[in-house]
Design a protein around this ligand. Structure first.
Ligand code: SAH
Ligand code: SF4
Length: 375
């Protein structure tokens, strides 16, 4: 089958995905990216939604082998940003017409943390007269905790599966981090009514193209609403980085694989939200813009107060650690305009897929649901 035909098919098969992941010629890759951009423009619009990212704490009880803020990394200064500073960042986002926020941190499950987050969500909703949408990225929690935060006003949750291959997941985590529990968390979030986001790291040691294709099919099968996936980037003070050779060429490979994954996911799931993640920018100064051209439609500008950014490095060469939120805003605007996308200021930018999914559930799958814009 020729490439044009493959790219315009209704159903894209596992073997097509594998073939496309292996494409090498730049002219063929350009065709793939153009096809994905076209699908994005048709289904979610030639737009970019902003989520101002507040990384409010690097305290973490987990020990993921790849992550720079894992519990056992003694070389990190631990912090939790005060409520006052978090609210100031949220206010800045609101005043600058960002439609949504992402609250992210290491994983903690104690009562104090749960209360703190609940209170912050309520206060952000109040200060923005309910105008700011809130996405959480706070790891695995009990269903009751997810429920409390949902009731407080959060409506989207990001929890990456990291790799949908259980064996690889286990290799990347200590034994007590359970793949099954993670999957159960994703199911719980869905049941509670959140818009659910997941994702994987791309280019992990021991990960093959076939594994990545299975990740794409996992998102489809789970009927995920949003995906944030990006290259695996070494962090020197982690067991995973210490176990492998540092090779610059791998960075280029991981970047290419990430762009292909984004384009293929857009073809596979036309109406979901796909983020152009910051890790792309760690490998290529214009990595995120390339992702937008390959089908991504969400960007999470970091609005964490500057003094904390250095201590929230999940991986090496994280960009923007010495900038202020306002610097990031101006710089991003110019970059996005260069791609030809419009920034959808002031909109939540919910995933149309979510509305179809819940409508489908309500009607028992008997009707074709229409998109319901939330704001
Ligand atoms: N503690 C929460 C949120 C913060 S971590 C959680 O784990 O869900 C957010 C994401 O950062 C993780 O899901 C992981 O995919 C990504 N990450 C961590 N270390 C990374 C690395 N070295 N390279 C690329 N991404 C990494
Ligand atoms: Fe903690 Fe998340 Fe990093 Fe794992 S990936 S160590 S849970 S911050």
């Amino acid at each position: 089958m020729n490439l044009e035909k493959m790219l315009s098919q209704k159903e894209i098969t596992r073997s097509d995905l594998t073939y496309l992941m292996k494409l090498k010629s730049q002219s063929k890759l350009d065709k793939l990216y153009r096809a994905a951009y076209k699908v994005k423009a048709e289904h979610v619009g030639p737009k970019v939604y902003y989520r101002g990212l507040i990384e409010f704490s690097n305290q973490c009880q987990k020990n993921c082998f790849y992550c720079g803020i894992r519990k056992d990394n003694q070389q990190v200064q631990r912090f939790t940003i005060s409520e006052k500073e978090i609210l100031a960042a949220a206010r800045w986002a609101h005043e600058n017409n960002y439609g949504s926020l992402v609250l992210q941190s290491g994983e903690l499950q104690n009562e104090e943390f749960i209360d703190f987050v609940e209170k912050i969500i309520k206060k952000i909703k109040k200060l923005s007269q309910n105008e700011l949408g809130i996405t959480l990225s706070l790891g695995e929690q009990k269903k009751e905790t997810y429920q409390r935060w949902f009731a407080a006003g959060a409506h989207r949750y990001l929890l990456r599966i990291e790799s949908s291959k259980q064996e690889l997941y286990q290799q990347l985590h200590p034994e007590e981090h359970s793949f099954k529990r993670r999957l159960q968390c994703l199911k719980n979030l869905k049941e509670l009514g959140y818009q659910v986001g997941s994702g994987v790291m791309i280019g992990l040691p021991g990960q093959s193209i076939e594994d990545l294709v299975e990740d794409l099919l996992f998102f489809k099968q789970f009927s995920i609403d949003m995906v944030g996936m990006g290259p695996y980037v070494l962090h020197p003070h982690t067991p995973l980085a210490r176990s492998i050779d540092k090779e610059d060429s791998l960075k280029q490979r991981n970047l290419k694989w990430s762009l292909k994954m984004i384009a293929l996911l857009r073809l596979l799931m036309p109406d979901i939200n796909i983020a152009a993640t910051t890790a792309l920018q760690a490998l290529d100064p214009v990595g995120r813009e390339k992702a937008l051209q390959a089908g991504a439609n969400v960007i999470m500008p970091i609005i964490t107060p500057q003094k904390y950014r250095l201590d929230y490095q999940l991986y090496e060469d994280k960009p923007c650690v010495d900038e202020k939120a306002s610097d990031c805003k101006d710089c991003l605007e110019a970059r996005i305009n260069s791609v030809g996308d419009e920034i959808a200021y002031g909109e939540w930018g919910d995933s149309p897929h979510y509305f179809k999914r819940i409508q489908h559930k309500r009607t028992g799958g008997t009707t074709n649901a229409k998109d319901t814009p939330s704001q």
